[in-house]
Design a binder for this molecule. Structure first.
Ligand code: NAD
Ligand code: IPM
Ligand code: MN
Length: 365
């Protein structure tokens, strides 16, 4: 099996999933294919037929053999989105998405929020230079773990509980990943967002851990912000922020808000990774922040640029770090020249944006 500069295997699982996931991953796949064909990167693309269609067809969500093959022999997963109105309980989405996030212990969900053009910033008096931060979202704990349940369901005395699970190990490692990123990128501040004024037990753990981990990074200012106030400040002055670290649920919510600051969900990329204490990595999960967008599915309206940027993150994960910036430049050009979809001010369809990206990238490789 070929290796990548990171030492990870060069096999990439391609999992388009549901709705517009299929449309945007078709473009992302072309990007990776171009790198293979034109630049000779040793990438082996492995197409997976998993998602709502498959689940409705034969009940399959995440086969054990596929999970093990990904875990043991892949360097990355490119995932589109999961979620389909025909599966209201989202059973397949949970098995696949959480199957990877939890099953591979991908604790750091890294969501960069960077405006690539002034036009994408909707705030009055603000421009692209004001929106450039990254959110480190804890990805394996919190209310997502599914602890809890129902009691007397369907009766007037019904009770529903979702526990918010926080462990010292889990909190500490996401905080450290955020500080480590800040250090590596020359950032001066890390903001930790919580709701410790209301959630006393978990808040206390986050607060103490934050102070302790911060001591390992004396050059970086450790700032606390309540997550409700963070939403306010992000709109008032996003330039205050460089690195934000928070829990699973707050990270999910804040990153949709943050996406709106730089063009919307069609521009927001993400990677879920596990960094070992010695700095080495395991297979990572790369997906746009957006979902399956049933409202625009099948209409050639979906913006594929979030998925294209996600491919940049994926290649960087495999060790081709300079390609992330190259891909970002091509995406920036697509926006600047109006070769983009309607959500970001253009008039092209998903496929035509893909054609533009491939053409410009091919010219550079
Ligand atoms: P969504 O992200 O799918 O869509 C929210 C809004 O943003 C919609 O108006 C949609 O049209 C727009 N949008 C999203 N991506 C876009 C793109 N690339 N280009 C242009 N417009 C885009 O969120 P939702 O509607 O709340 O959820 C739909 C389904 O997706 C649900 O089942 C949800 O659970 C699932 N979901 C999955 C993921 C994932 O797999 N990682 C992420 C978020 C939501
Ligand atoms: C995301 C999504 C998922 C999440 C959903 C589909 C469970 O919103 O990746 O941001 O909440 O993590
Ligand atoms: Mn989300």
């Amino acid at each position: 099996m070929a290796q990548t500069p990171s030492g990870l295997p060069s096999k990439i699982a391609i999992l388009p999933g549901d709705g517009i996931g299929n449309e945007v991953v078709a473009v992302g796949r072309r990007v990776l294919d171009l790198y293979r064909e034109k630049k000779g990167l040793p990438l082996e693309l492995w197409d997976l037929d998993l998602g709502a269609d498959r689940y409705l067809r034969d009940g399959t969500t995440m086969p054990k053999e596929i999970f093990e093959e990904v875990r043991d022999h892949c360097g990355a997963i490119l995932l589109g989105a999961l979620g389909d109105p025909r599966v209201p309980g989202l059973e397949h989405a949970r098995d696949i998405l959480f199957g990877f996030r939890f099953g591979l212990d991908l604790f750091a969900n890294v969501r960069p929020c960077k405006a690539l053009d002034d036009r994408l910033v909707p705030l009055k008096g603000r421009s692209a230079k004001d929106v450039n931060f990254v959110v480190f979202r804890e990805n394996t704990e919190g209310v997502y773990v599914g602890m809890g349940g129902n009691f007397k369901k369907g009766t007037p005395d019904e009770v529903a509980i979702n526990e918010d699970l926080n462990t010292r190990k889990g909190v500490e490692r996401i905080l450290r990943a955020a500080f480590q990123h800040a250090k590596a990128h020359g950032n001066r501040t890390v903001h930790m967002a919580d709701k410790s004024n209301a959630m006393r037990a978990s808040g206390d753990l986050w607060q103490r851990s934050f102070k302790e981990v911060a001591r390992e990074y004396p050059g970086i200012e450790a700032k606390h912000v309540y997550v409700d106030a963070l939403c306010l400040y992000l709109i008032q002055d996003p330039s205050k922020f460089e690195v934000i670290v928070t829990n699973n649920l707050f990270g999910d919510i804040v990153t949709d808000l943050a996406a709106a600051l730089h063009g919307g969900l069609g521009m927001a990329c993400s990677g879920s990774v596990h960094v070992k204490p010695d700095g080495s990595k395991i297979v990572g999960l790369f997906e746009p922040v957006h979902g399956s967008a049933p409202d625009i599915q099948g209409k050639d309206l979906a913006n594929p640029l979030a998925c294209v940027l996600t491919c940049g993150q994926l290649l960087a994960h495999l060790g081709w770090t300079e390609e992330e910036a190259r891909i970002e430049r091509v995406v920036q050009l697509a926006i600047r020249e109006g070769k983009c979809t309607r959500d970001v001010g253009g008039a092209l369809g998903t496929k035509a944006v893909g054609d533009f990206v491939i053409e410009r990238l091919a010219a550079e490789l």
